[in-house]
Design a protein around this ligand. Structure first.
Ligand SMILES: [Zn+2]
Length: 116
């Protein structure tokens, strides 16, 4: 049976995040597969977070305005979707009309759309 948890996981994660390790915990993390993975992930996440540490946080009004703009764009996209579908149908119909020889097109269309 696979052992996918360890009672020392939280201690290892805290130590990896803070950099404060006890000797016994280091020894355990080097031997325990679960804690070794927790340590690697915690160190990786710490380095990832460190990359954005000096990034300026955008002003709250800017974030709010961006959300309003995205919401409006999504609303417009939803409103225009039926027109895009209709346009696609018209293009397909026009293409089909042009693909059929003109002398037979009326007869073909009447046959295709006539009730049976
Ligand atoms: Zn462990």
């Amino acid at each position: 049976m696979k052992n996918d948890s360890c009672p020392h996981e939280n201690l290892v994660a805290t130590a990896a995040r803070t950099g404060k390790w006890e000797e016994s915990l280091i020894a355990h993390a080097n031997e325990c597969v679960v804690c070794r993975e927790v340590k690697e992930v915690a160190v990786w996440m710490g380095s990832l977070a460190g990359q954005f540490e000096n990034e300026p946080v955008p002003h709250e009004k800017l974030v709010w305005l961006r959300s309003l703009i995205r919401e409006e764009q999504a609303r417009q996209d939803r409103a225009l979707r039926p027109l895009a579908v209709a346009q696609g149908i018209l293009v397909l119909g026009a293409t089909a009309w042009l693909a059929v020889p003109q002398t037979q097109s009326i007869g073909v269309l009447l046959t295709a759309f006539s009730p049976t």
